[in-house]
Design a protein around this ligand. Structure first.
Ligand SMILES: [Zn+2]
Length: 306
């Protein structure tokens, strides 16, 4: 039997000098409750086998705590994952583990598939009721545009779903987390046309330095994931250096985007520590100062975890 037991994961880094937040992770996929969306996310090179064992939620909790990733935002981006997320964040809070907030949406690659079956509007209604159902839910996301995975025939429904999520975030007073893959110009345009929610976050920021300045002018947050550490990511590192300190966030998008030198392996929220260290290096800051700043930014953007 194939196994993703703890030993196959990248080692847990030394604890950070100051804690950070993983503002975007998929524990439903990390723990094997859900398989990755058919075309929803960058796919890990390690694909889960049918009878594969996954680590437990406790593995991800313990490793995150010991690396200094003390808080996370769990993201469910199709209906089953959204229902699971809402239950999990409520349950963790009731158990006194105040480490988790949640977010739900219909992923930009999921929306056209639902539309094709005539299910998009009902699904959006359910997403809104889930996100409004508890104060532990703080994010509408991930939503946005993905021109890499969805072909031209899906674009219209994808844009319609993105607009609907923007309105939903404003109605419910939650933050908007954006998935933008090879669609920078249209994402920025639609945000302008609709009027962006008060807190708008580019999850797994992937733009260049010029776009970082545009985001900064609009007051958008830029959340950096493990791809910041990839060898070919000089342009992304320049963007991370140019963004204003008070707009920066850290995340993993786990189990995806595992940082260098473990790229391609499945990861967990604890690896936000690696990205935070790289962010400090890129900005020429001490680890402690950088982590303290992004920790505070996460609270400013999303509110208190307590
Ligand atoms: Zn994601």
């Amino acid at each position: 039997m194939a196994s993703r037991a703890a030993g196959t994961y990248p080692p847990v880094p030394e604890p950070l000098a100051h804690p950070v937040v993983d503002t975007h992770t998929h524990l439903d996929i990390c723990t094997g409750v859900r398989l990755p969306l058919g075309a929803g996310e960058p796919e890990p090179e390690v694909r889960p086998d049918e009878d594969e064992e996954f680590p437990s939620l406790d593995f991800f909790f313990d490793t995150a705590q010991s690396a200094g990733v003390q808080r996370i935002v769990q993201i469910g981006c199709d209906l089953p994952a959204a229902r699971w997320t809402t239950e999990l964040v409520t349950q963790q809070s009731q158990q006194g583990r105040q480490w988790m907030l949640g977010g739900v949406a219909l992923h930009p690659n999921e929306a056209p598939r639902l539309a094709e079956r005539g299910m998009l509007d009902d699904a959006l209604t359910e997403i809104e009721s889930l996100v409004a159902s508890t104060d532990r839910m703080r994010v509408v996301g991930e939503t946005g545009l993905d021109y890499f995975r969805t072909g031209e025939d899906g674009v219209a429904e994808q844009q319609r779903a993105f607009r609907a999520h923007i309105e939903m975030a404003k109605r419910t007073g939650k933050a908007l987390q954006i998935h933008d893959r090879e669609a920078h110009a249209d994402v920025l345009r639609i945000l302008r046309e609709e009027g962006a929610p008060e807190v708008t976050i580019f999850h797994c920021y992937s733009g260049d330095e010029a776009m970082a300045r545009e985001c900064a002018d609009a007051g958008y947050y830029m959340s950096f994931a493990g791809n910041l550490t990839f060898k070919n990511a000089d342009e992304l590192r320049r963007a991370a250096a140019a963004a204003p300190l008070d707009r920066l966030l850290t995340e993993t998008d786990a189990p995806f985007l595992t940082p260098h030198p473990h790229r391609g392996k499945p990861g967990g929220p604890y690896l936000a520590a690696v990205t935070a260290r790289k962010l400090a290096e890129v900005r020429g800051m001490s680890e402690e100062d950088l982590c303290a700043a992004v920790w505070k930014n996460a609270e400013t953007a999303l509110g208190s975890w307590d």
